[in-house]
Design a protein around this ligand. Structure first.
Ligand SMILES: [Fe+2]
Length: 250
């Protein structure tokens, strides 16, 4: 893993690991989108872009789990857990959230969606919407336009450990009134694991591009020193580097 910031690290999945996740994701999409033909994701994404294909999802583009896709969602979830286990991430957490599987349109949503109190297109910490303060995020794009339909990350202001930074807010807009934050430069790629601390502000970024498929999961960290971020603690793990360098992730 390479640290881009004390609060953020990245690594590329090897081909085997990425393919396993993509295959599980494709089955999940198939079971979520009536009429989707397996084995041709580019065509599927084009149809989504044209509005010819629809997946039932939340306002934040999280694919809804129903009687039709529950089994494939569970299998995808299992695949994600396996990956986290192999990356030795599970050793460092007490719990993890359900995996959010997203099919994000590249287009800006309508005003009603954008005005939601906790719209992910606003710069935010998940803590502001009531998530625990001591979390870290894993975010991975699997298909589609990851250049234009993406996520921006920011350095928190210096005073991140002040209590007010981790306060629950009525809406994310209140957080944006805090000091201006510097964007962390990041080149998004399919199969890139982004691990970032819960103190790291982020937002969905939509530049009128094509759809993107990604997943993200929140981790509750085991107790660490107050000044230590999950990413910086993780990057020093020898076992992990060994696995990564040997290309045995998968
Ligand atoms: Fe978030």
């Amino acid at each position: 893993m390479r640290l881009l910031h004390p609060l953020l690290g990245i690594l590329m999945l090897d081909k085997e690991a990425l393919t396993a996740l993509q295959q599980a994701a494709e089955v999940l999409i198939h079971d979520s989108a009536p009429g989707m033909v397996m084995g041709d994701m580019p065509t599927f994404l084009k149809k989504v872009e044209r509005g010819d294909m629809h997946i039932d999802a939340t306002a934040g583009s999280i694919v809804k789990i129903s009687v039709h896709n529950f089994v494939s969602y569970a299998r995808f979830h299992q695949r994600v857990c396996k990956l986290l286990e192999q990356l030795k991430i599970l050793d460092k957490v007490t719990s993890l959230s359900l995996v959010n599987f997203r099919l994000m349109s590249g287009k800006m949503p309508d005003k009603k969606n954008l005005n939601r109190p906790y719209a992910t297109t606003k710069t935010h910490l998940d803590v502001w919407s009531g998530e625990p303060a001591d979390i870290a995020h894993v975010w991975v794009a699997l298909f589609g336009d990851v250049t234009n339909t993406t996520m921006e990350l920011f350095e928190p202001p210096d005073a991140i450990f002040q209590e007010k930074w981790f306060k629950t807010l009525d809406q994310y807009d209140q957080g944006e009134k805090l000091p201006k934050m510097k964007q962390i430069k990041l080149k998004h790629q399919i199969g890139q694991v982004i691990l970032f601390d819960g103190a790291c502000p982020h937002k969905t970024s939509l530049l009128n591009g094509q759809p993107r498929v990604s997943f993200d999961v929140k981790l509750c960290r085991k107790k660490m020193a107050a000044t230590q971020s999950f990413a910086s603690a993780y990057v020093t793990t020898d076992q992990f580097e060994e696995i990564f360098n040997n290309g045995k992730i998968g």
